[in-house]
Design a protein around this ligand. Structure first.
Ligand code: I3S
Length: 128
């Protein structure tokens, strides 16, 4: 039978630039520090790369660059962040380990796509 999608290490479901800040680590609140990241949703993880300098990048980063960090989506909770930022189009992700992130895009459509796609992965993992 064909491999389950979660067994394919490099199955990229979505990738793109997002504004990101980590707001908690292990349940402890952190000071916000927004920055642009290249974000890749692949397998069971959301992976963050340092953004490239220069013109906007539209394609998936080569596998050669090392991720800055990565988030295991199993058991994670994702919701629209209504009162957590003065910015528009923000989603809030909390992992089982109590790490929390805000992700933001200037495009409402784009953040909706990220919301739906990440939610899909979380639901798939919930069913496993
Ligand atoms: O939720 P807060 O604390 O109002 O978040 C803002 C601050 O973290 C601010 O940093 P300083 O407190 O170091 O000045 C950031 O520059 C802002 O971007 C944060 O608010 P937004 O609403 O942009 O998430």
């Amino acid at each position: 039978c064909p491999p389950h999608p979660s067994d394919l290490p490099h199955e990229v479901e979505k990738a793109g630039q997002l504004n990101k800040t980590k707001i908690a680590e292990g349940g402890r609140k952190l000071r916000k520090s927004w920055g642009i990241s290249w974000v890749v949703l692949a397998g069971n993880s959301l992976v963050f790369y340092k953004d490239l300098k220069g013109p906007a990048h539209t394609s998936w980063r080569p596998a050669s660059s090392r991720p800055e960090s990565s988030v295991d989506l199993r058991g994670a909770v994702l919701e629209r962040a209504r009162d957590m930022s003065s910015k528009k189009n923000v989603i809030h992700l909390r992992t089982v380990t109590g790490n929390e992130f805000l992700l933001q895009s200037d495009s409402e459509a784009e953040i909706q796509e990220w919301h739906q796609t990440i939610k899909g992965v979380i639901r798939r993992l919930d069913r496993e």
